[in-house]
Design a protein around this ligand. Structure first.
Ligand code: HEC
Length: 154
């Protein structure tokens, strides 16, 4: 029984690893899509007064951004440069710039900065006013990377 459990979980881990390696482009887009839902969706809607303040959603969004950022920079291997084959849905708007591979250290520093900013604001957000201050800082950390490393079609 224990042996079955171990091999089942080993298999699951193996499948996740295989997925990450076989299509890092789809996986990094999925992580960023989650960021978009939590930040541009949930948090910004609260900031703009389009949704009520919801502490649980705020915490969940910050936690997800941190956990995604821990994996995100591992999803840019050489075989996942612009133009590589992907199982992600046909790209409508965004893609990664080849600058990611040219300036890996700076790209990773911008990712580490996002983790640091979100980690530092996470415990201080208690209400709409503190969320507004935090969202401004987090948004700047997202933009600082996107302006160089994310391409937008048309
Ligand atoms: C270290 C760099 C970096 C940081 C920081 C970053 N992003 Fe991104 N983001 C990217 C790159 C690169 C892409 C394009 C990925 C691709 O298409 O392969 C992207 C794509 C996206 C997309 C489009 C996903 C799609 O393809 O549909 C959204 C939405 C997004 N990011 C939201 C965010 C939010 C919100 C934050 C901050 C909480 C953030 N990002 C922080 C680099 C970053």
């Amino acid at each position: 029984m224990i042996r079955t459990l171990i091999s089942a979980s080993a298999l699951a881990v193996g499948l996740v690893a295989a997925f990450a390696q076989s299509d890092p482009i789809a996986q990094r887009k999925e992580l960023m899509t989650l960021n978009g839902k939590g930040f541009y969706g949930d948090i910004n809607r609260m900031v703009r007064g389009q949704a009520p303040y919801d502490q649980a959603k705020v915490n969940a969004a910050f936690d997800q951004i941190i956990s995604s950022a821990k994996t995100f920079p591992t999803l840019f291997p050489d075989n996942a440069k612009p133009g590589a084959k992907t199982s992600a849905p046909p790209e409508d708007k965004y893609s990664a710039s080849s600058k990611v591979w040219e300036n890996k250290a700076d790209f990773e520093a911008k990712n580490a900065n996002l983790i640091q900013v979100v980690t530092s604001v996470r415990g201080n957000v208690k209400d709409l006013d503190s969320l507004k201050v935090a969202a401004d800082q987090v948004g700047k950390a997202c933009d600082a990377c996107h302006e160089t490393y994310r391409l937008r079609a048309n």
